[in-house]
Design a protein around this ligand. Structure first.
Ligand code: NAP
Length: 496
């Protein structure tokens, strides 16, 4: 894999094809930016139109298969991914930067997602409802939406495509998949697995290219009935407005500013460990990463000693050579954006306790590493407490009591994940009632999400319904309500 430059082609109607631009996007290793891993074809609007035609052609036959038969493909794919676990994990580390242990974790979770969705295909698909009328049965059933567009980010390059594709497929949709430009190799491995599993041509199509060209073409194409997007709020908001013009179904999962609340009675060793895991795991590039510590000022001093000791011990480096090191930022542009957020925090008066800049030199072959960074004395109104930095940057905010902690936690536009550390059951239950996040953790880190549980955010983080779990497929279907008068009674009078 390393040293052998790969070529990534579109997958349209069951065939590997070059995009219409004749241009290629280089795929670099963020730990060693001069190392080119491969090149992805750059596509045009016409390539998206071709993919849509293939998906339209395949859709009726795909939807006509039984639901368990569609699920069986997911089971085959999960086995193929498991067989190639090491290849998937190494590819992910080399192109995205997360360390090998984290990459293996993502591959295993993707397998869980595929297995869960395969089993979901055997569960009930509707309900029987008592009718007000005699001899009448009402039941619900489902219909696919048709051709759907999936647009995904680079930070979970296997798992997020995996959960969107599997949910869309079991509902009988066919797919146009646009992966993030920074992670074409993981997308290729996943699509290859579906191909190898024997998925019929046209059911899953992948088109490489920039968000502005390929992404836009998907959002604008009237034959694409629904778009499921995960990414930044900036892009998501534009996409939503554009898709609304043609009344396309839209699902958006976007940024987070996830708090860990640490109350005075918390186990501070556990809380410090959870904070380090949440803030610096995957280099802080998880949507559920901990970016704010909201701590009772009575235990601030003791907690900070523990937190700083653990944070200063983190090894930063190439996650292929050291499978537990904190890896690089995904690319130069994202690194500059994180450094800018750090700079702004300094200017706003936040107190830098740890990190605060790049690790290594500025030379072109130096990886995009940033040291674990902690700011103390952060005020809730500061930009660093409000905006997603999407890197290893943590803000510490002190509060006087539980009520203030909840108020500060909820004072951001985002609502993805949160956590509380306390032994007080009354506070735990009140936290669960009052916190404005879609995922809540009690005495565990803000990160993570299981394949069998709903995943997604409130407020500006998400709309269009939760992903994963039994709720995952809901976005990809219509409900039909069927009235059956089995005696064909002649009805008179008003029927409401
Ligand atoms: P991004 O820049 O918004 O890109 C996401 C996807 O949208 C990429 O495939 C991108 O293509 C595409 N895109 C860009 N411009 C587009 C346009 N005008 N029309 C249609 N598509 C367009 O986000 P990112 O940097 O990849 O991902 C990081 C963000 O994702 C963070 O904010 C993170 O919190 C969020 N995230 C959220 C969740 C969640 O479940 N809530 C999970 C993971 C990540 P290109 O790659 O070609 O630019």
């Amino acid at each position: 894999m390393v040293g052998k430059e790969q070529t990534y082609l579109n997958f349209i109607g069951g065939e590997w094809r070059e995009g219409g631009t004749g241009k290629w996007e280089l795929n670099r290793n963020p730990a060693k930016p001069t190392q080119i891993i491969g090149k992805a074809t750059c596509s045009t609007h016409e390539d998206v139109s071709l993919a849509v035609l293939a998906a339209q052609k395949a859709q009726r036959e795909w939807a006509a298969r039984s639901r368990p038969a569609r699920g069986a493909f997911l089971e085959k794919v999960s086995k193929l991914v498991r067989e190639k676990l090491d290849t998937f994990a190494m590819t992910m580390t080399i192109e995205e930067g997360k360390n090998l242990n984290e990459s293996k974790g993502e591959v295993l979770k993707s397998i869980n997602v595929l297995e869960f969705m395969a089993s979901e295909s055997r569960r009930p698909i509707g309900e029987v409802i008592p009718s007000e009328m005699p001899n009448t049965m009402i039941y619900t059933t489902r219909a696919p939406l048709g051709v759907v567009g999936l647009i995904t980010p680079w930070n979970f390059p296997l798992c997020i495509p995996g959960w969107k594709i599997s949910a869309a497929l079991i509902e009988g949709n066919t797919i146009i998949f646009k992966p993030a430009s920074l992670t074409p190799a993981c997308a290729l491995l996943l699509v290859q697995a579906f191909h190898e599993a024997g998925l019929p041509p046209g059911v899953l199509n992948m088109v490489y290219g920039s968000g502005s060209t390929v992404g836009n073409a998907i959002v604008d194409n009237p034959a694409i009935k629904a778009i499921s997007f995960t990414g930044s709020n900036e892009v998501g908001a534009e996409l939503y407005a554009q898709a609304a013009k043609r009344l396309a179904h839209t699902q958006l999962e976007m940024g987070g500013k996830n708090p860990i609340i640490i109350l005075a009675d918390a186990d501070l060793d556990q809380a410090a460990e959870a904070t380090v895991t949440g803030a610096f795991g995957s280099t802080g590039q998880r949507c559920t990463a901990t970016s704010r510590v909201i701590i009772d000022k009575k235990v601030h001093g003791e907690f900070m000693k523990k937190l700083l000791e653990k944070s200063r011990n983190i090894k930063v480096g190439d996650g292929l050579e050291n499978p537990s090191a904190m890896g690089p930022i995904v690319d130069e542009k994202q690194m500059i954006s994180v450094l800018k957020a750090i700079d702004t925090a300094k200017k706003e008066g936040a107190k830098l306790l740890c990190g605060g800049g790049r690790v290594g030199s500025d030379s072109p072959d130096s990886g995009y590493f940033i040291a674990p960074t902690i700011f103390d004395d952060v005020k809730p109104s500061m930009k660093i407490a409000q905006e997603e930095a999407f890197g290893p940057v943590l803000s510490i905010i002190q509060v006087s009591d539980f009520d203030e902690a909840i108020e500060v936690a909820n004072s951001v536009k985002y609502g993805l994940s949160s956590s509380v550390y306390t032994r007080d059951i009354q506070r735990i239950m009140n936290y669960a009632d009052r916190i404005e996040t879609g995922i809540l953790h009690i005495n565990s880190p803000t990160v993570g999400g299981e394949a069998n549980a709903p995943f997604g955010g409130m407020k500006a983080t998400g709309l269009g319904g939760r992903e994963m779990g039994s709720t995952g497929p809901e976005f990809f279907r219509e409900i039909k309500t069927v009235y059956v008068d089995y005696n064909a009674t002649v009805r008179k009078g008003n029927l409401y």
